[in-house]
Write a protein that binds this ligand. Sequence first.
Ligand code: 13P
Length: 338
Amino acid sequence: MKNPELKDTIQQLFAHGKGLLAMDESTGTCDKRFAANGIPQTIEMRRDYRGMLASTPGLNESIGGAILYDETIRQNTNAGIPIIEILNKAGIIPGIKVDKGAKSLAGFPGEKVTEGLDGLRERLAEYKKMGARFAKWRGVITIGDGLPTTACIKANAHALARYAALCQETGIVPIVEPEVLMDGDHTLQRSYDVSQETLRILFAELYLLRVDLEGIILKPSMVLAGSECAVQNSIDEVADATVNCFLSSVPAAVPVIAFLSGGQSPQIADAHLSAINKKYRGHLPWIVTFSFARAIQQPALEMWKGQEANIDKAQEILYRRAKYASAARLGEYSEVAE
Ligand code: 13P
């Protein structure tokens, strides 16, 4: 299945050092982050927050596309302007999260499989009509005692491949997101092994289901020691492990790897991405960029706090974080400059 529309969208999304802003938190996740900042967990506050993000002046200098949640793609700002229209006017391509969340995998305690395939063809057609040109589906892989199982990786890879094929049929670029969680005390080597296994199984499944690899965006986690591991590695060690792992498991036909931030601080996520692009400049077959949520949004959310008076300052912070991520894509991020 080859569709020139897919390549076109990918080219536009990632031109001029750009990456993606993920602002597709489910209502539960968004509300949790609001609660931690004393912000009321209402549909109006979520609308105001997303409206503020989308209308940040100059955001399009570093952001080529924004991933929205179903609630947001249908929402107008307080002033009555559709949020999707604000993005389109700014030249930021709207995308949409289409999975229905990771649910417990029957028979495999502690593991999850992502749901949402039923009726997906029809939902994709509706989103396409609304203006979405790319989509996202996230599979979750947990590292733990005896985890992940091959069954869990295979179940998630199969769902990701079925989703990707449906997207491509509709002319929507699928973001394929196999997230290996950084929760736990596992080592960098363990993260490497699990990421490699996950990616190899994923690409076998994408191939089997005839997904055009030139028409996908891979959104993985970086190869990192667990957040509770006693040994935390240097920036260069993480960059080396991540690049070696991906070179051994991701086909060169894939045009773009856009990393999630996964709970890393914005500074660390940017430093890792920058090191990958600086050290391996000219040696990687893919564009290596970002599709961050927390590593771009979090400081802006903390500044906003749900107050209209803080909007300008919060947007300034969001603008800067997006700029830093874009610098990292080019291998030019420096914490010192920050
Ligand atoms: P983080 O960058 O906060 O990990 O979020 C990215 C994302 O889209 C998770 O699915």
